[in-house]
Ligand binder design. Structure first.
Ligand SMILES: [Cu+2]
Length: 158
């Protein structure tokens, strides 16, 4: 009993001394401490310098893959090929008669052809003959063979 009391008393004394000592240390350390913690972050610069190795290879010019500004559409006795043509505004489309009969490509509606002003061959094309039209107005335009209205197609201008 006496031993345990003295042990407890010793512990209390040690703790008290330690607390007092630490308190004293911290009081003394308050002045120098702030100067030790500030600005420490220049190592980030090292990471930034690693970045150049990640630069990808030079990519091919996207302009190189732009669709040609001239497209040919065949009209024969079966119809338009292709029946649906998608072009960018400003594209000139040349219609060529690859059939035996006369073919007359024109804008819908038949027979007035007012869907797209100017898109009208104004005559039947003989075999091998062509009619060209430059599509400048964006939209979707129906077309047909004015001499055989069963032959139809679509021009999509983007
Ligand atoms: Cu017509």
């Amino acid at each position: 009993m006496k031993n345990s009391l003295s042990i407890i008393g010793g512990i209390i004394i040690i703790v008290a001394v330690a607390w007092f000592a630490m308190r004293g240390d911290s009081d003394d350390a308050i002045v120098p401490a702030p100067t030790a913690t500030p600005t420490v972050a220049p190592s980030v610069g090292g990471l930034i310098q690693l970045a150049p190795t990640d630069i990808p290879a030079v990519s091919p010019s996207p302009e190189a893959s732009v669709a040609p500004a001239a497209v040919t559409v065949s009209i024969d006795d079966e119809g338009f090929t292709p029946a649906t043509v998608t072009v960018k505004a400003g594209t000139t489309v040349t219609f060529v008669n690859n059939g035996q009969a006369l073919h007359w490509p024109a804008s819908n509606p038949h027979p007035i052809h007012t869907g797209l002003s100017g898109f009208d061959a104004r005559k039947g094309l003989a075999t091998g003959e062509t009619f060209s039209f430059t599509f400048t107005k964006a939209g979707t335009f129906g077309m047909h063979d004015h001499l055989n209205t069963a032959l139809v197609g679509t021009i999509v201008v983007q």
